[in-house]
Design a protein around this ligand. Structure first.
Ligand code: MG
Length: 160
């Protein structure tokens, strides 16, 4: 059995009047994330962790952020495609562990729903997905609610 780990990071700015998509869910929030797609930092970080583990480049390689096809695109589509690419190389996804840093809203009540959305996209069980959240203790751009971050690690495995 060969195993590999991958790491992903993403950041997007926050602005009033925008939607906040996180983990495939649209959350009630005073500010939303700005980006070419739906700016779902959590899914983008997971995509990069999976692509990194399989040595398949990064999300920007496959979904260029100047391509009109991806304008406003739901990031769940990207995760489904990334999973397809990883599985096509003979890997299975074992687990992902993620942390989102943002000041508001509180994510904890929404995490079970995010897991329900993300699990089938990666062909894994909800128990194989960990999503954690922390504020940035009011420090820096996250603390000033100018942006949010997501970090993810993914483990993949295959025979041989
Ligand atoms: Mg992104």
């Amino acid at each position: 059995m060969k195993i590999r780990v991958g790491f992903g990071f993403d950041v997007h700015p926050l602005e009033s009047g925008k939607d906040l998509w996180l983990g495939g869910l649209k959350l009630p929030a005073a500010k939303g994330a700005v980006g070419h797609s739906d700016a779902d930092v959590l899914i983008h970080a997971i995509c990069d962790a999976l692509l990194g583990a399989a040595n398949l480049g990064d999300i920007g390689t496959h979904f260029v952020n100047t391509d009109a096809r991806w304008a406003g695109k739901e990031s769940s589509y990207f995760l489904g495609e990334v999973t397809r690419m990883v599985l096509a190389k003979g890997w299975t996804i074992e687990n992902v562990d993620c942390t989102v840093t943002l000041e508001m809203p509180k994510l904890k009540p929404h995490i079970p729903a995010m897991k329900r959305i993300l699990a089938p996209l990666m062909n894994i069980s909800e128990d194989d997905i960990s999503i954690k959240a922390t504020t940035n203790e009011k420090l820096g751009y996250v603390g000033r609610t100018e942006g949010l971050n997501a970090y993810a690690v993914a483990l993949i495995a295959r025979k041989g």
